[in-house]
Design a protein around this ligand. Structure first.
Ligand code: 4AD
Ligand code: MG
Length: 479
Protein backbone atom coordinates (compact mmCIF):
# COMPACT_ATOMS: atom_id res chain seq x y z
CA UNK A 1 0.00 0.00 0.00
CA UNK A 2 1.21 3.49 -0.71
CA UNK A 3 2.46 5.69 2.13
CA UNK A 4 -0.20 7.23 4.37
CA UNK A 5 0.05 10.33 6.53
CA UNK A 6 -0.57 9.99 10.26
CA UNK A 7 -3.91 11.70 9.79
CA UNK A 8 -5.01 9.13 7.20
CA UNK A 9 -3.64 6.28 9.24
CA UNK A 10 -5.45 7.28 12.43
CA UNK A 11 -8.67 7.62 10.47
CA UNK A 12 -8.61 4.07 9.10
CA UNK A 13 -6.48 2.53 11.88
CA UNK A 14 -5.94 -0.88 10.23
CA UNK A 15 -5.06 -2.73 13.44
CA UNK A 16 -3.02 -5.87 12.84
CA UNK A 17 -1.41 -4.72 9.58
CA UNK A 18 2.14 -3.58 9.01
CA UNK A 19 2.38 0.16 8.45
CA UNK A 20 5.06 2.75 7.85
CA UNK A 21 4.91 6.10 9.59
CA UNK A 22 7.24 9.01 8.95
CA UNK A 23 7.60 12.18 10.93
CA UNK A 24 9.48 14.30 13.43
CA UNK A 25 10.08 13.15 16.96
CA UNK A 26 8.19 15.18 19.53
CA UNK A 27 9.24 13.20 22.59
CA UNK A 28 11.15 10.07 23.51
CA UNK A 29 10.59 8.35 26.81
CA UNK A 30 12.53 5.32 28.01
CA UNK A 31 11.20 3.09 30.77
CA UNK A 32 12.44 -0.29 31.83
CA UNK A 33 9.67 -1.98 29.82
CA UNK A 34 9.85 -0.05 26.58
CA UNK A 35 10.97 2.99 24.59
CA UNK A 36 8.08 5.28 23.61
CA UNK A 37 8.50 7.77 20.78
CA UNK A 38 5.82 10.29 19.78
CA UNK A 39 5.95 11.10 16.06
CA UNK A 40 4.12 13.91 14.30
CA UNK A 41 4.15 14.58 10.56
CA UNK A 42 2.14 17.83 10.48
CA UNK A 43 -0.92 16.24 8.85
CA UNK A 44 -2.77 16.40 12.17
CA UNK A 45 -2.44 17.72 15.70
CA UNK A 46 -2.14 14.11 16.90
CA UNK A 47 1.08 12.22 17.33
CA UNK A 48 1.40 8.50 16.83
CA UNK A 49 3.19 6.52 19.47
CA UNK A 50 5.83 4.10 18.24
CA UNK A 51 7.19 1.56 20.72
CA UNK A 52 10.38 -0.47 20.90
CA UNK A 53 11.29 -3.18 23.35
CA UNK A 54 14.21 -2.47 25.68
CA UNK A 55 17.43 -3.41 23.89
CA UNK A 56 15.64 -3.81 20.56
CA UNK A 57 17.25 -0.77 18.97
CA UNK A 58 21.04 -0.48 18.86
CA UNK A 59 22.32 2.03 21.40
CA UNK A 60 23.81 4.23 18.66
CA UNK A 61 20.46 4.44 16.81
CA UNK A 62 18.58 5.22 20.03
CA UNK A 63 20.98 8.09 20.70
CA UNK A 64 20.13 9.67 17.34
CA UNK A 65 16.41 9.66 18.12
CA UNK A 66 15.92 12.99 19.87
CA UNK A 67 13.26 15.71 19.77
CA UNK A 68 13.23 17.18 16.27
CA UNK A 69 14.93 14.28 14.50
CA UNK A 70 13.10 12.76 11.54
CA UNK A 71 12.29 9.05 11.31
CA UNK A 72 10.62 6.43 9.18
CA UNK A 73 9.24 3.57 11.26
CA UNK A 74 7.78 0.32 10.03
CA UNK A 75 5.91 -2.04 12.29
CA UNK A 76 2.61 -3.55 13.27
CA UNK A 77 -0.27 -1.27 14.19
CA UNK A 78 -1.73 -2.55 17.45
CA UNK A 79 -4.24 -1.39 20.01
CA UNK A 80 -2.48 0.68 22.63
CA UNK A 81 -2.39 -0.45 26.24
CA UNK A 82 -1.52 3.04 27.45
CA UNK A 83 -3.85 5.97 27.98
CA UNK A 84 -3.97 8.83 25.50
CA UNK A 85 -4.03 6.92 22.22
CA UNK A 86 -6.11 4.16 20.68
CA UNK A 87 -3.38 2.60 18.56
CA UNK A 88 0.39 2.51 18.40
CA UNK A 89 3.10 1.03 16.19
CA UNK A 90 5.32 -1.80 17.40
CA UNK A 91 8.64 -0.94 15.85
CA UNK A 92 10.15 -3.52 13.49
CA UNK A 93 12.44 -1.23 11.54
CA UNK A 94 13.64 2.36 11.96
CA UNK A 95 15.44 4.67 9.55
CA UNK A 96 16.76 7.95 10.93
CA UNK A 97 16.36 10.42 8.03
CA UNK A 98 17.83 13.38 9.86
CA UNK A 99 19.16 14.04 13.34
CA UNK A 100 18.61 17.21 15.43
CA UNK A 101 21.41 17.96 17.87
CA UNK A 102 19.63 18.50 21.22
CA UNK A 103 22.25 21.09 22.15
CA UNK A 104 21.28 23.20 19.16
CA UNK A 105 17.67 22.37 18.27
CA UNK A 106 15.63 25.27 19.67
CA UNK A 107 12.28 23.46 20.01
CA UNK A 108 12.24 21.38 23.12
CA UNK A 109 9.22 19.45 24.43
CA UNK A 110 7.90 22.24 26.61
CA UNK A 111 5.75 25.31 26.12
CA UNK A 112 7.74 28.05 24.40
CA UNK A 113 6.56 31.65 24.50
CA UNK A 114 5.00 33.01 21.31
CA UNK A 115 7.59 35.82 21.36
CA UNK A 116 10.40 33.29 21.32
CA UNK A 117 8.72 31.31 18.54
CA UNK A 118 8.37 34.50 16.47
CA UNK A 119 12.16 34.70 16.49
CA UNK A 120 12.38 31.22 15.01
CA UNK A 121 9.51 31.60 12.56
CA UNK A 122 11.26 29.16 10.21
CA UNK A 123 10.83 26.30 12.73
CA UNK A 124 7.64 27.22 14.53
CA UNK A 125 5.31 25.32 12.13
CA UNK A 126 6.71 22.22 13.86
CA UNK A 127 4.95 23.16 17.09
CA UNK A 128 1.42 22.08 17.94
CA UNK A 129 0.13 25.63 18.16
CA UNK A 130 1.48 26.82 14.82
CA UNK A 131 0.70 23.69 12.88
CA UNK A 132 -2.88 23.93 14.19
CA UNK A 133 -3.08 27.60 13.13
CA UNK A 134 -1.69 26.81 9.68
CA UNK A 135 -4.10 23.94 9.09
CA UNK A 136 -7.02 26.16 10.13
CA UNK A 137 -5.69 28.90 7.84
CA UNK A 138 -5.71 26.40 4.99
CA UNK A 139 -9.25 25.26 5.77
CA UNK A 140 -10.51 28.85 5.85
CA UNK A 141 -8.85 29.63 2.50
CA UNK A 142 -10.49 26.56 1.01
CA UNK A 143 -13.87 27.48 2.53
CA UNK A 144 -13.62 30.96 1.05
CA UNK A 145 -13.02 29.68 -2.48
CA UNK A 146 -15.80 27.14 -1.98
CA UNK A 147 -18.26 29.77 -0.75
CA UNK A 148 -17.75 31.98 -3.77
CA UNK A 149 -17.72 29.10 -6.21
CA UNK A 150 -20.98 27.77 -4.73
CA UNK A 151 -22.54 31.22 -5.06
CA UNK A 152 -21.68 31.99 -8.68
CA UNK A 153 -18.64 34.24 -8.18
CA UNK A 154 -15.61 34.11 -10.47
CA UNK A 155 -12.08 34.25 -9.05
CA UNK A 156 -10.31 37.24 -10.59
CA UNK A 157 -6.56 37.69 -10.29
CA UNK A 158 -5.80 41.37 -9.96
CA UNK A 159 -2.29 42.80 -10.39
CA UNK A 160 0.27 42.89 -7.60
CA UNK A 161 2.36 45.53 -9.36
CA UNK A 162 0.19 48.52 -10.16
CA UNK A 163 0.41 52.24 -10.83
CA UNK A 164 -2.69 53.10 -8.80
CA UNK A 165 -3.30 53.70 -5.10
CA UNK A 166 -6.70 52.08 -4.68
CA UNK A 167 -7.32 53.51 -1.23
CA UNK A 168 -5.81 56.92 -1.94
CA UNK A 169 -4.00 56.74 1.40
CA UNK A 170 -0.43 56.84 0.08
CA UNK A 171 0.66 53.77 2.03
CA UNK A 172 2.53 52.07 -0.78
CA UNK A 173 5.75 50.18 -1.33
CA UNK A 174 7.44 51.48 -4.45
CA UNK A 175 8.43 48.91 -7.08
CA UNK A 176 11.16 49.59 -9.59
CA UNK A 177 14.07 47.88 -11.32
CA UNK A 178 17.63 48.08 -10.10
CA UNK A 179 18.50 49.73 -13.43
CA UNK A 180 16.14 52.62 -12.74
CA UNK A 181 17.66 53.43 -9.36
CA UNK A 182 21.23 53.24 -10.65
CA UNK A 183 22.91 56.61 -11.02
CA UNK A 184 22.67 58.88 -12.93
CA UNK A 185 19.42 59.96 -11.31
CA UNK A 186 17.36 62.67 -13.01
CA UNK A 187 18.19 66.38 -12.65
CA UNK A 188 16.53 66.68 -9.25
CA UNK A 189 18.58 63.75 -8.01
CA UNK A 190 15.51 61.51 -7.95
CA UNK A 191 14.88 58.05 -9.35
CA UNK A 192 14.27 58.25 -13.09
CA UNK A 193 11.18 56.08 -13.43
CA UNK A 194 11.09 56.58 -17.19
CA UNK A 195 14.11 54.25 -17.20
CA UNK A 196 12.04 51.58 -15.52
CA UNK A 197 10.55 49.06 -17.91
CA UNK A 198 7.09 50.02 -16.67
CA UNK A 199 7.97 53.55 -17.79
CA UNK A 200 6.31 55.04 -14.72
CA UNK A 201 6.17 54.82 -10.96
CA UNK A 202 4.62 51.60 -9.78
CA UNK A 203 3.89 50.12 -6.38
CA UNK A 204 2.74 46.93 -4.72
CA UNK A 205 -1.03 46.83 -4.60
CA UNK A 206 -2.84 48.00 -1.46
CA UNK A 207 -6.11 46.49 -2.69
CA UNK A 208 -7.42 44.74 -5.81
CA UNK A 209 -10.72 46.57 -5.59
CA UNK A 210 -10.47 48.95 -8.54
CA UNK A 211 -9.57 46.12 -10.90
CA UNK A 212 -12.19 44.01 -9.12
CA UNK A 213 -14.79 46.58 -10.08
CA UNK A 214 -13.77 46.18 -13.74
CA UNK A 215 -14.35 42.46 -13.30
CA UNK A 216 -17.76 42.90 -11.68
CA UNK A 217 -18.86 45.22 -14.47
CA UNK A 218 -18.13 42.43 -16.93
CA UNK A 219 -18.61 39.10 -15.12
CA UNK A 220 -21.28 40.17 -12.61
CA UNK A 221 -19.84 38.70 -9.43
CA UNK A 222 -16.13 38.29 -8.84
CA UNK A 223 -13.77 37.94 -5.92
CA UNK A 224 -10.06 38.40 -5.47
CA UNK A 225 -7.94 36.54 -2.94
CA UNK A 226 -4.36 37.65 -2.91
CA UNK A 227 -1.57 39.40 -1.07
CA UNK A 228 -1.86 43.14 -0.47
CA UNK A 229 0.72 45.50 0.94
CA UNK A 230 0.56 48.51 3.22
CA UNK A 231 3.56 50.62 4.08
CA UNK A 232 2.00 51.86 7.29
CA UNK A 233 4.49 51.70 10.12
CA UNK A 234 1.94 50.19 12.47
CA UNK A 235 3.37 48.09 15.24
CA UNK A 236 0.11 46.64 16.46
CA UNK A 237 -1.26 43.16 16.99
CA UNK A 238 -3.72 43.76 14.11
CA UNK A 239 -1.50 45.11 11.32
CA UNK A 240 0.88 43.54 8.86
CA UNK A 241 2.79 45.15 6.00
CA UNK A 242 1.89 42.15 3.82
CA UNK A 243 -1.49 40.59 4.37
CA UNK A 244 -3.98 38.61 2.32
CA UNK A 245 -7.27 40.13 1.38
CA UNK A 246 -10.47 38.68 -0.04
CA UNK A 247 -12.42 41.22 -2.07
CA UNK A 248 -15.77 40.27 -3.58
CA UNK A 249 -17.30 42.80 -5.95
CA UNK A 250 -20.82 42.50 -7.31
CA UNK A 251 -22.75 44.30 -10.01
CA UNK A 252 -26.38 45.12 -9.17
CA UNK A 253 -25.73 45.02 -5.41
CA UNK A 254 -26.46 47.89 -3.08
CA UNK A 255 -25.35 48.49 0.51
CA UNK A 256 -28.01 46.23 2.01
CA UNK A 257 -27.08 43.33 -0.31
CA UNK A 258 -23.43 43.92 0.51
CA UNK A 259 -24.14 43.61 4.25
CA UNK A 260 -26.22 40.47 3.74
CA UNK A 261 -23.45 38.89 1.71
CA UNK A 262 -20.70 39.83 4.18
CA UNK A 263 -22.63 38.38 7.10
CA UNK A 264 -23.55 35.15 5.35
CA UNK A 265 -20.01 34.78 3.99
CA UNK A 266 -18.12 35.09 7.30
CA UNK A 267 -20.62 32.90 9.11
CA UNK A 268 -20.36 30.20 6.45
CA UNK A 269 -16.56 30.07 6.46
CA UNK A 270 -16.42 30.04 10.27
CA UNK A 271 -18.97 27.20 10.27
CA UNK A 272 -16.77 25.32 7.81
CA UNK A 273 -13.79 25.65 10.16
CA UNK A 274 -15.85 24.43 13.12
CA UNK A 275 -16.93 21.39 11.13
CA UNK A 276 -13.60 20.55 9.53
CA UNK A 277 -10.98 21.61 12.09
CA UNK A 278 -12.50 20.13 15.25
CA UNK A 279 -9.24 18.64 16.60
CA UNK A 280 -7.15 21.73 15.94
CA UNK A 281 -9.80 24.05 17.39
CA UNK A 282 -10.15 21.85 20.48
CA UNK A 283 -6.39 22.05 20.95
CA UNK A 284 -6.37 25.86 20.63
CA UNK A 285 -9.45 26.16 22.84
CA UNK A 286 -7.63 24.23 25.53
CA UNK A 287 -4.50 26.27 25.08
CA UNK A 288 -6.48 29.47 25.56
CA UNK A 289 -8.20 28.12 28.65
CA UNK A 290 -4.80 27.37 30.18
CA UNK A 291 -3.68 30.88 29.31
CA UNK A 292 -6.82 32.39 30.84
CA UNK A 293 -6.08 30.63 34.13
CA UNK A 294 -2.85 32.61 34.44
CA UNK A 295 -4.81 35.90 34.32
CA UNK A 296 -6.51 37.73 37.17
CA UNK A 297 -10.05 36.54 37.78
CA UNK A 298 -11.71 39.73 36.54
CA UNK A 299 -9.69 39.67 33.31
CA UNK A 300 -10.56 36.10 32.45
CA UNK A 301 -12.86 35.64 29.47
CA UNK A 302 -16.22 34.08 30.23
CA UNK A 303 -16.26 32.27 26.88
CA UNK A 304 -14.04 29.61 25.41
CA UNK A 305 -12.94 29.76 21.77
CA UNK A 306 -15.55 27.32 20.53
CA UNK A 307 -18.35 29.10 22.37
CA UNK A 308 -17.22 32.38 20.85
CA UNK A 309 -17.31 30.93 17.33
CA UNK A 310 -20.70 29.32 17.88
CA UNK A 311 -22.01 32.58 19.23
CA UNK A 312 -20.95 34.52 16.14
CA UNK A 313 -22.47 32.08 13.67
CA UNK A 314 -25.76 31.80 15.52
CA UNK A 315 -26.51 35.47 16.17
CA UNK A 316 -27.58 38.20 13.80
CA UNK A 317 -25.04 40.97 13.47
CA UNK A 318 -26.24 44.32 14.79
CA UNK A 319 -26.57 46.94 12.05
CA UNK A 320 -26.49 50.65 12.74
CA UNK A 321 -25.20 53.85 11.22
CA UNK A 322 -22.00 55.61 12.18
CA UNK A 323 -24.10 58.51 13.47
CA UNK A 324 -26.07 56.20 15.79
CA UNK A 325 -22.81 54.62 16.97
CA UNK A 326 -21.30 58.00 17.78
CA UNK A 327 -24.37 58.76 19.86
CA UNK A 328 -23.87 55.59 21.87
CA UNK A 329 -20.16 56.23 22.27
CA UNK A 330 -20.50 59.86 23.32
CA UNK A 331 -22.97 58.84 26.01
CA UNK A 332 -20.95 55.81 27.13
CA UNK A 333 -19.33 55.44 30.54
CA UNK A 334 -15.74 55.45 29.23
CA UNK A 335 -16.39 58.67 27.24
CA UNK A 336 -17.93 60.37 30.27
CA UNK A 337 -15.12 59.22 32.55
CA UNK A 338 -12.45 60.21 30.01
CA UNK A 339 -11.29 56.61 29.65
CA UNK A 340 -10.98 56.58 25.86
CA UNK A 341 -7.51 57.44 24.65
CA UNK A 342 -8.95 59.16 21.56
CA UNK A 343 -11.78 61.65 21.68
CA UNK A 344 -15.01 60.53 20.11
CA UNK A 345 -17.35 62.93 18.29
CA UNK A 346 -19.12 63.01 14.94
CA UNK A 347 -16.57 63.17 12.14
CA UNK A 348 -13.69 61.29 13.77
CA UNK A 349 -12.42 57.97 12.47
CA UNK A 350 -13.31 55.32 15.02
CA UNK A 351 -10.33 53.85 16.84
CA UNK A 352 -10.18 50.21 17.75
CA UNK A 353 -11.00 51.08 21.41
CA UNK A 354 -14.30 52.57 20.21
CA UNK A 355 -15.08 49.68 17.89
CA UNK A 356 -14.35 47.18 20.61
CA UNK A 357 -16.49 49.05 23.13
CA UNK A 358 -19.48 48.82 20.78
CA UNK A 359 -18.95 45.12 20.07
CA UNK A 360 -17.69 43.79 23.37
CA UNK A 361 -19.39 46.00 25.94
CA UNK A 362 -22.44 47.61 24.40
CA UNK A 363 -23.99 45.14 21.94
CA UNK A 364 -21.96 42.02 22.81
CA UNK A 365 -22.39 40.93 19.22
CA UNK A 366 -20.65 41.56 15.88
CA UNK A 367 -21.69 44.92 14.51
CA UNK A 368 -22.00 46.35 11.01
CA UNK A 369 -21.56 50.11 10.98
CA UNK A 370 -22.73 52.02 7.91
CA UNK A 371 -22.91 55.48 6.40
CA UNK A 372 -19.65 56.98 7.64
CA UNK A 373 -18.70 60.63 7.06
CA UNK A 374 -17.37 61.00 3.53
CA UNK A 375 -14.20 62.81 4.75
CA UNK A 376 -12.86 59.74 6.53
CA UNK A 377 -13.60 57.24 3.77
CA UNK A 378 -12.13 56.50 0.33
CA UNK A 379 -13.06 58.49 -2.77
CA UNK A 380 -14.90 55.67 -4.54
CA UNK A 381 -17.75 55.24 -2.03
CA UNK A 382 -21.28 56.14 -3.08
CA UNK A 383 -22.35 59.46 -1.67
CA UNK A 384 -25.52 59.65 0.38
CA UNK A 385 -28.13 62.26 -0.57
CA UNK A 386 -27.36 64.22 2.64
CA UNK A 387 -24.01 65.20 1.12
CA UNK A 388 -22.25 64.31 4.40
CA UNK A 389 -22.04 60.53 4.51
CA UNK A 390 -21.21 57.69 2.15
CA UNK A 391 -22.56 54.15 1.77
CA UNK A 392 -19.70 52.56 3.64
CA UNK A 393 -19.87 49.51 5.87
CA UNK A 394 -17.37 48.15 8.36
CA UNK A 395 -17.92 44.82 10.07
CA UNK A 396 -16.60 44.83 13.63
CA UNK A 397 -15.75 41.66 15.56
CA UNK A 398 -15.10 40.98 19.23
CA UNK A 399 -11.41 40.98 20.08
CA UNK A 400 -10.55 42.20 16.59
CA UNK A 401 -12.34 45.44 15.77
CA UNK A 402 -12.63 45.96 12.01
CA UNK A 403 -12.53 42.67 10.14
CA UNK A 404 -14.26 43.84 6.93
CA UNK A 405 -14.37 47.19 5.18
CA UNK A 406 -16.57 47.82 2.15
CA UNK A 407 -19.13 49.99 0.45
CA UNK A 408 -21.53 50.54 -2.35
CA UNK A 409 -19.50 52.30 -5.06
CA UNK A 410 -20.15 55.68 -6.61
CA UNK A 411 -21.53 54.80 -10.03
CA UNK A 412 -22.20 58.35 -11.23
CA UNK A 413 -19.30 59.57 -13.39
CA UNK A 414 -19.71 63.25 -12.55
CA UNK A 415 -19.99 62.73 -8.80
CA UNK A 416 -17.02 60.40 -8.80
CA UNK A 417 -14.75 62.73 -10.78
CA UNK A 418 -15.81 65.69 -8.65
CA UNK A 419 -14.89 63.75 -5.51
CA UNK A 420 -11.54 62.75 -7.02
CA UNK A 421 -10.75 66.41 -7.69
CA UNK A 422 -11.68 67.25 -4.11
CA UNK A 423 -9.30 64.70 -2.62
CA UNK A 424 -6.51 65.42 -5.12
CA UNK A 425 -6.66 62.33 -7.32
CA UNK A 426 -6.13 63.05 -11.03
CA UNK A 427 -9.08 61.49 -12.89
CA UNK A 428 -6.79 60.96 -15.92
CA UNK A 429 -4.58 58.68 -13.86
CA UNK A 430 -7.57 56.38 -13.36
CA UNK A 431 -9.13 56.81 -16.84
CA UNK A 432 -9.56 53.05 -17.17
CA UNK A 433 -11.46 52.90 -13.86
CA UNK A 434 -13.71 55.77 -14.89
CA UNK A 435 -14.50 53.96 -18.16
CA UNK A 436 -16.72 51.61 -16.12
CA UNK A 437 -18.82 54.67 -15.27
CA UNK A 438 -18.59 56.03 -18.80
CA UNK A 439 -19.80 52.88 -20.49
CA UNK A 440 -22.73 50.98 -19.02
CA UNK A 441 -22.38 52.07 -15.42
CA UNK A 442 -24.45 50.18 -12.85
CA UNK A 443 -25.00 50.07 -9.10
CA UNK A 444 -22.37 47.83 -7.56
CA UNK A 445 -20.81 47.09 -4.21
CA UNK A 446 -18.10 45.05 -2.57
CA UNK A 447 -15.92 44.62 0.47
CA UNK A 448 -12.52 43.49 1.66
CA UNK A 449 -11.99 40.90 4.38
CA UNK A 450 -8.54 40.87 5.97
CA UNK A 451 -7.69 37.17 5.86
CA UNK A 452 -5.31 37.24 8.84
CA UNK A 453 -7.88 39.05 10.96
CA UNK A 454 -10.31 36.23 10.20
CA UNK A 455 -7.67 33.62 11.08
CA UNK A 456 -6.92 35.56 14.29
CA UNK A 457 -10.56 35.43 15.26
CA UNK A 458 -11.06 31.76 14.46
CA UNK A 459 -7.87 30.54 16.14
CA UNK A 460 -8.19 32.85 19.15
CA UNK A 461 -4.55 33.87 18.79
CA UNK A 462 -3.65 37.30 20.13
CA UNK A 463 -1.16 38.62 17.59
CA UNK A 464 -1.58 38.80 13.82
CA UNK A 465 2.09 37.87 13.37
CA UNK A 466 1.21 34.44 14.73
CA UNK A 467 -1.38 33.54 12.09
CA UNK A 468 0.69 34.01 8.92
CA UNK A 469 3.62 31.70 8.21
CA UNK A 470 6.10 34.45 7.40
CA UNK A 471 4.99 37.76 8.91
CA UNK A 472 6.05 40.95 7.19
CA UNK A 473 5.89 43.75 9.71
CA UNK A 474 8.26 46.53 10.68
CA UNK A 475 11.65 44.93 11.43
CA UNK A 476 10.66 41.36 10.63
CA UNK A 477 11.94 40.29 7.25
CA UNK A 478 14.66 37.71 7.97
CA UNK A 479 13.65 35.65 4.98
O1 4AD B 1 -10.63 48.76 5.04
P1 4AD B 1 -9.63 48.44 3.97
O2 4AD B 1 -8.46 49.34 3.82
O3 4AD B 1 -10.50 48.40 2.63
C1 4AD B 1 -10.03 48.20 1.38
O4 4AD B 1 -8.87 47.97 1.07
C2 4AD B 1 -11.12 48.14 0.34
N1 4AD B 1 -10.52 48.36 -0.99
C3 4AD B 1 -11.86 46.85 0.43
C4 4AD B 1 -12.97 46.73 -0.56
O5 4AD B 1 -13.99 47.39 -0.41
N2 4AD B 1 -12.81 45.91 -1.59
O6 4AD B 1 -9.11 46.96 4.18
C5 4AD B 1 -10.03 45.88 4.19
C6 4AD B 1 -9.70 44.93 5.32
C7 4AD B 1 -9.81 45.57 6.72
O7 4AD B 1 -11.13 45.53 7.18
C8 4AD B 1 -8.91 44.66 7.53
O8 4AD B 1 -9.57 43.46 7.89
C9 4AD B 1 -7.81 44.31 6.55
O9 4AD B 1 -8.33 44.51 5.25
N3 4AD B 1 -6.61 45.13 6.72
C10 4AD B 1 -5.46 44.68 7.26
N4 4AD B 1 -5.12 43.49 7.77
C11 4AD B 1 -3.87 43.35 8.25
N5 4AD B 1 -2.93 44.31 8.24
C12 4AD B 1 -3.22 45.54 7.74
N6 4AD B 1 -2.28 46.48 7.71
C13 4AD B 1 -4.53 45.77 7.22
N7 4AD B 1 -5.15 46.83 6.64
C14 4AD B 1 -6.39 46.41 6.35
MG1 MG C 1 -11.10 50.01 6.56
Amino acid sequence: MSYQSIQQLLKTAPVGTTVTVKGWVRTKRESKNAVFIALNDGSTIHTIQVVAQPGQLPEETLKLITTGSCLAVTGQLVESQGAGQAVEVKIEDVTVYGTADPEKYPLQPKRHSLEFLREIAHLRPRTNTFSAVLRIRHALAFAIHKYFNDNGFYYLNTPIITASDAEGAGEMFRVTTLDAIKPPLNEEGKVDFSQDFFGRETNLTVSGQLEGELGAMALGKIYTFGPTFRAENSNTTRHLAEFWMIEPEMAFHELEDNMNLAEDFVKTVIRYAIQHCADDLAFLDNRLKEEEKTKKKEEQSEFGLLEKLQFVISNEFVRLTYTEAIDILVNSKPAKKGQFQYEVKWGVDLQSEHERYLVEKHFKKPVILTNYPREIKAFYMKQDPDGKTVRAMDVLFPGIGEIIGGSQREDDLDKLTARMHEVGIEPEALWWYLDTRRFGSAPHAGFGLGFERLVLFVTGMGNIRDVIPFPRAPKSAEF
